[in-house]
Design a protein around this ligand. Structure first.
Ligand code: AMP
Length: 300
């Protein structure tokens, strides 16, 4: 089905609620949509052992911002313990991905906050292991895209999100906190935030059966979305694995963290008038509700 308006969508839901499944289905139904999963991007960076720190870059060479490596090694421990990866790393990850896909134009750099900035007030205890600030100069840019440039005699254009229906996307896993949402708003205005809801006990049961194909991010579940050949990816035939962060203890920590942070996040989108709540016990119950809303908002 053809979209007539650019859909800039985020899916919010506890880990294991089936956000991945819903994005996959939406992508199939609306071919213009593409998805970005920050969890997958992070796992890819961890797997590829991307460098711990970015090389120092002069403040005015923003063009190279998107090309710098994402520090996967820094994220690894945080992910293993179910914590949230530091906001500045996440911002770097997501803005470089949006640029690479051509959904974000214009010069300028995201508002990178340091440990000494207001970022500390929203910081989670487990992000203490975040290491040194990843900012170029250790400075805080209060006005992300309107600062005076000391090296050029023009002011930079603020990054601009494409309005073409082909620049339609679903973000899975980002933003996770109100602080991340505020940052993202300055880059791309989200026009639909879907809150996907399923009871905790139902999710916990599912987690135990979850297997993933790491290279592609395809997710299977032994009880309702089993691979054709047990333990093998349907497309490539490669082996499936269980994620270390799918153990029950880690899951409980992730769920608690989600509860803590999602409330202000959803509030953020409710205030903007773009929040939609969809609930169900299974993905099959949730999908048709989502399709209907997409058609109503982006097809007509
Ligand atoms: P997911 O596959 O979305 O559950 O993400 C797996 C892990 O990646 C999470 O437990 C976090 O450690 C990290 N992560 C993914 N997205 C974010 C985000 N927006 N902010 C902070 N950490 C994130």
């Amino acid at each position: 089905m053809q979209l007539k308006k650019a859909a800039r969508v985020i899916l919010v839901g506890a880990p294991g609620v089936g956000k991945g499944t819903q994005s996959e289905r939406l992508l199939r139904r609306f071919p213009q949509l593409q998805s970005i999963s920050t969890g997958d991007l992070l796992r890819k960076n961890v797997k590829n052992r991307t460098p711990l720190g970015a090389p120092p870059v002069a403040v005015d060479t923003d063009a190279s911002y998107a090309d710098r490596a994402i520090p996967g090694i820094m994220a690894e421990n945080t992910m293993k313990t179910g914590g949230l990866v530091a906001d500045d790393l996440m911002l770097r990850l997501i803005s470089s991905e949006l640029r690479n896909r051509g959904w974000l134009f214009g010069q300028g750099r995201p508002n990178v906050m340091t440990l000494s900035s207001e970022a500390t007030s929203t910081e989670m205890p487990s992000s203490r292991d975040r290491g040194p600030p990843m900012d170029d100069g250790g400075s805080l840019y209060a006005q992300p895209w309107s600062f005076d440039d000391h090296h050029h005699h023009h002011r930079r254009r603020r990054p601009q999100a494409s309005d073409d229906p082909s620049a339609s996307f679903i973000l899975d896993g980002y933003p996770r906190t109100a602080a991340q949402a505020t940052t993202l708003d300055a880059i791309v205005p989200i026009n639909l935030a879907v809150s996907v809801k399923t009871p905790f006990s139902v999710i916990l049961e599912r987690i135990a059966g979850r297997w993933v194909h790491e290279p592609s991010g395809r997710v299977y579940n032994t009880s309702f979305n089993a691979p054709r050949v047990p333990g093998r990816d349907d497309v490539t035939g490669e082996p499936l694995v269980q994620r270390p962060d799918d153990s029950e203890d880690v899951y409980r920590a992730r769920f608690a963290r989600f509860q803590e942070t999602s409330e202000p996040l959803l509030e953020h989108y409710a205030k903007k008038g773009v929040l939609l709540e969809v609930d169900g016990l299974s993905s099959d119950e949730i999908s048709p509700k989502l399709y209907g809303e997409f058609e109503k908002r982006f097809v007509r």
